[in-house]
Write a protein that binds this ligand. Sequence first.
Ligand code: GTP
Ligand code: MG
Length: 319
Amino acid sequence: MSYFDDTIAAISTPSGIGGIGIVRLSGKNAIGIADRIFTSPKNRTLKKTPSHKIIYGHIVNSNKEIVDEVLISIMRAPHTYTKENIVEINCHGGAVPLRRVLELALKNGARLARPGEFTQRAFINGRIDLAQAEAVLDAINSATEQSQKAAMEQLSGGLSNKINILRNKLVELTAFVEAHIDFPEEDMESPSLNDMQKRALKICGEITKLIEGSRHGMILREGLKTAIIGRPNVGKSSLLNALLEHDRAIVTELPGTTRDVIEEYLDLNGFPVRIMDTAGMREAKDVAEKEGVKRSLRAVKGADLACAGKSACLHEFIY
Ligand SMILES: Nc1nc2c(ncn2[C@@H]2O[C@H](COP(=O)(O)OP(=O)(O)OP(=O)(O)O)[C@@H](O)[C@H]2O)c(=O)[nH]1
Ligand SMILES: [Mg+2]
């Protein structure tokens, strides 16, 4: 069952030029609206097309002029991403055909979807839970293979299952505790208070483990923040350039070359790393260098990992 009365539509593929672009509609009237702007050479209608089938035809305007040649996927509720009727119109992937097809859908009764509204409907209609909704975004934004794998694990219910198991254990425990309070005299077949305390502690331990694991997930999502730090002229910028395999930072033989923190994204065998080159640590010679050293210290404090040379002598600066 859907909680929404209106039908939403949006271009679901990124802007720019590609072979194919998709206009997606979701809602009660998705199929009816699409039928109003669609013709098939064999006079087929979307209404009569079975669910999860693709049909070939054209999108036409009110004068019956062809706007685009398309393939349309029909997916009927409730077995869809949003649990509503979904129509996906595979158009040619340029900005103009997509915009024209979308405009026709809007003119014929659809409302422009807000960002993330398809996923919001999937959540509100009970197709996915909150952890899975977050995972959709993570999967889309994942920058490395490892991040994408973690997002898919969460999307397929890995995290949700763990949370549900813990929740059920807590509900059961609460029931035992309440029974003990309500009927203290009765000889019930429930665990002793001592036993319940042990169970509660075990659940606490499992929750703590889950929270600790979330840090790993955050690193996979955002990258391990790694600062390269050390005295001036020890080769920090050279190391950054070598890791990135291009001349990103200026390298000279003069100590104090780097002033700003330079942050770049690195894919280390599928593991995301946000690597930062910093100004060399020393008693600064001028205002700009002083600011550079200040920024280096800030970068170190905000980093998950500091990559320092033996002679970094950070304690002189940090402590
Ligand atoms: N011999 C040798 N020289 C290196 C090596 N790495 C860097 N250099 C040289 O050391 C000098 C300083 O290198 P940078 O990478 O600019 O050093 P840095 O630590 O970023 O210096 P600052 O930005 O001033 O803090 C340059 O002349 C580099 O060519 C190395 O592994 N061996
Ligand atoms: Mg440098």
